[in-house]
Design a protein around this ligand. Structure first.
Ligand SMILES: Nc1ncnc2c1ncn2[C@@H]1O[C@H](COP(=O)(O)OP(=O)(O)OP(=O)(O)O)[C@@H](O)[C@H]1O
Ligand SMILES: [Mg+2]
Length: 338
C-alpha cells in the first residue's frame, strides 16, 4: 500500500504561546478514510491547516500524495480537496457558478468543465437546484455543494474539517454516503476531522483520537474499543439458578461474570463470537433463557479511559475559531503560508 499522508512530529505553537499541536505522527494509506477525532480546541483544524499548506508548522514534516508539504506548498493545492464546515459559499452565486468558479481556480481545462460540473451536480443531487442562488439551499445542500467544489479538480486526497457540524443525523449520514461513494469510485483518500464519535465509529477505517494537541490513541474503531477489554454480553435466565454464573464463567473466552438485575453481565473479548456459544452452553446445561444482548464499548468510553474526562461533543465553534478558520481557508486558496 502507498502512503497518502505522512505526518512526522508535526507541531504548532501559535504566537502568544498556545501549543495547539504538540508533535503528532501518523500515516494514512491511499484510499483510506482516516478520522481525526477530538473535542473542541484539541488541535484538529490546526493539523488540517498544516497538512494542506495553509499554516506553517513550528516543527515536523508532512508528506501528502508524495509531496513534501512545506518544501513545495504550491504543488499541494492541485492534489488535495478541502471542505470546511464554515461555509465558504457566496450566497449570491448559484450552485453551478460555485463549482464552475472552483474549476477555473483549479485550472480544470475549459472543454472539460461543463461535463464535469454537470456530473458532479448530478452526483450530489443538486442538478435541479443548480441554477438557484445558494442562499436558498438547506444546510445539507450546502454541504454537498462544498463537497462538489472540493473535488472538482479530481484531487487524490480529500480533507474534510468537521464537514457535518450542525447537520441533523439524517443529513450527516447522507453526507457520508456521498463521501463513501467518492472514496470507492475514485480511490480517494479521506482525512476527516470530527467531534461526533458515532460518525467516526461508523465512517472511518482508522482513527486518531487527539486531545490537547497530542494523539492519545490510534487504530481502527474496533481496535480502539477492544483495548477497553472488550464487549459485554448480558444473559437473562428464565429462572434463578445458583449454577449459572459458574457455567458462564467456564466458557473459554469469558473474562468476568457479574450478576446484575436478575441477569448476568459477561465481559469478553469478542462478544459476537461468544453469544452462540453461551446460548448453546446454557441450553445444554438446561438453563432456559429469556434474552441475550450484546453491547460493544463505545468510543465515549475509550475517550474517558484515555483522558479521564467525559467526551463533550455539544460545544459549538467559537467566533474566534470561525474567524481563524476562514483566514486559513483564504490562505490556502492563495497558496500563502504563515
Ligand atoms: N490563530 C490562532 N492563534 C492562537 N491560537 C489559536 C489559533 N488557532 C487556534 N488556536 C488555538 O489552538 C488550539 C487548537 O485549535 P484548533 O482550532 O486546531 O482546535 P480544533 O480541534 O479544530 O477545535 P474545534 O473542535 O473547536 O474546531 C485552541 O486552543 C485554539 O484556541
Ligand atoms: Mg476545528
Amino acid at each position: 500500500m502507498t502512503e497518502a499522508i505522512v505526518a512526522k512530529g508535526l507541531a504548532k505553537t501559535y504566537v502568544g504561546g498556545v501549543r495547539a499541536v504538540d508533535g503528532v505522527s501518523f500515516t494514512v494509506e491511499e484510499g483510506e478514510a482516516f478520522g481525526f477525532l477530538g473535542p473542541n480546541g484539541a488541535g484538529k483544524t490546526t493539523t488540517v491547516s498544516m497538512l494542506t499548506a495553509g499554516l506553517r508548522p513550528t516543527a515536523g514534516e508532512a508528506i501528502v500524495d508524495g509531496v513534501d508539504v512545506f518544501a513545495h506548498p504550491s504543488q499541494i493545492k492541485q492534489r488535495i480537496g478541502l471542505v470546511f464546515q464554515e461555509s465558504t459559499s457566496d450566497n449570491d452565486l448559484t450552485g453551478r457558478e460555485h463549482v464552475e468558479l472552483a474549476a477555473a481556480l483549479y485550472g480544470v481545462p475549459r472543454r472539460e468543465t461543463r461535463s464535469r460540473v454537470d456530473s458532479l451536480l448530478e452526483r450530489m443531487q443538486l442538478a435541479e437546484a443548480a441554477d438557484r442562488l445558494v442562499k436558498t439551499y438547506s444546510g445539507g445542500m450546502r454541504r454537498r455543494l462544498e463537497l462538489a467544489v472540493g473535488i472538482v479538480h479530481d484531487p487524490r486526497v480529500l480533507f474534510l474539517d468537521e464537514p457535518t457540524l450542525g447537520l441533523d443525523p439524517q443529513g450527516r449520514s447522507g453526507f457520508w454516503r456521498y463521501v463513501k461513494d467518492l472514496q470507492k469510485d475514485h480511490g480517494l483518500t479521506v482525512f476527516v476531522t470530527t467531534h461526533y464519535l458515532d460518525e467516526a465509529d461508523t465512517s472511518c477505517d482508522r482513527l486518531a483520537i487527539i486531545d490537547h494537541g497530542r494523539i492519545v490513541a490510534l487504530g481502527s474503531p474496533s481496535e480502539l474499543k477492544d483495548r477497553l477489554g472488550g464487549d459485554v454480553v448480558t444473559v437473562r435466565p428464565a429462572r434463578e439458578d445458583p449454577r449459572i454464573a459458574a457455567t458462564l464463567q467456564s466458557v473459554p473466552g469469558v473474562l468476568e461474570v457479574t450478576a446484575q438485575d436478575g441477569g448476568y453481565r459477561v465481559k469478553c473479548g469478542r462478544g459476537e463470537e461468544l453469544v452462540p456459544i453461551l446460548v448453546e452452553t446454557c441450553a445444554r446445561e438446561g438453563f432456559g433463557l429469556t434474552g441475550v444482548s450484546l453491547k460493544r464499548p463505545s468510543l465515549d468510553e475509550v475517550f474517558l479511559e484515555l483522558t479521564g474526562r467525559e467526551y463533550r461533543e455539544d460545544e459549538g465553534m467559537t467566533a474566534t475559531d470561525r474567524a481563524v478558520r476562514l483566514a486559513q481557508v483564504r490562505n490556502t486558496f492563495r497558496g500563502g503560508r504563515r
